[in-house]
Design a protein around this ligand. Structure first.
Ligand SMILES: *Cc1c(COP(=O)(O)O)cnc(C)c1O
Length: 230
């Protein structure tokens, strides 16, 4: 039996204690509840418990679930945390409130165009491939400064911060520290880093946003969309 509301409360307790240990008890740290693959019946108890910030990694899937949920909970803040194809930008700008995965010029330009067209300026984060993994999305660390400049100065995007997913087989703290260093030298205050397994460490290293899925909603492995198997 998964009790997402109870899990949420536990994650909030762990987060509060990690923040206190890091001397950050007074700083806001935003918990982004990652609801990808889970359907509405599992998300609703978390909404009822007061959680308002959610992360989804697919535009299509998010559109299906969240248009209905938003009708009941209009004050949701929805973050896109997965790769964004340029042909989905229009829908993404309509649906999401924050885009965390801006990682290439073509996408940045398309976002600019679409935000202007819709008259909707969304905060964006730039995704950094701190581990320089070839299969992973994100700007390489050495290219971030130039990309920040392009997004901010040329495209006038509202760049708030950086996001990263450390390599699975490496010490996450090294990647968190690197992300923080890059953010500081670019005057960016948002650091989206830390997931279910490592968000306490991320808080120690200055995360302002943690993205937690499994610890709240349970495993995604045996979960089939459209048939809630609880
Ligand atoms: C799925 C996902 C998460 C959540 O991961 P958990 O390990 O389930 O907490 C966080 N960030 C991104 C980018 C994801 O795709």
């Amino acid at each position: 039996m998964i009790d997402p509301a109870e899990n949420l409360a536990e994650v909030q307790r762990v987060l509060a204690s990690a923040a206190a240990k890091a001397g950050r008890a007074d700083e806001p740290i935003t918990l982004v509840a990652v609801s990808k693959t889970h359907n509405s019946s599992r998300i609703e108890p978390v909404l009822a418990a007061g959680q308002r910030v959610f992360g989804e990694n697919r535009v299509q899937e998010a559109a299906g679930k969240w248009s209905a949920l938003r009708a009941c909970w209009p004050d949701i803040e929805l973050h896109l945390i997965g790769p964004l194809q340029t042909n989905k930008v229009r829908e993404a700008v309509e649906l999401f409130d924050v885009i965390e995965t801006v990682d290439r010029e073509k996408l940045a330009r398309k976002l600019r165009e679409e935000m202007t067209r819709q008259g909707r300026e969304l905060p964006v984060y730039l995704q950094v491939n701190t581990g320089e993994e070839p299969q992973k999305a994100g700007v390489l660390p050495r290219e971030v400064d130039g990309f920040v400049r392009l997004c901010r100065e040329d495209l006038k995007l509202d760049v708030r911060g950086l996001m990263a997913i450390p390599p699975a087989d490496e010490e996450a703290s090294l990647h968190f520290a690197l992300l923080k260093k890059i953010a500081q030298r670019n005057d960016l205050c948002v650091l989206s880093m830390g997931m279910s397994s490592d968000f306490e460490i991320a808080v120690t290293f200055g995360a302002t946003h943690i993205r937690v899925g499994t610890a709240i909603f349970g495993d995604r492995e045996h979960h089939v969309m459209g048939s809630d198997t609880r």
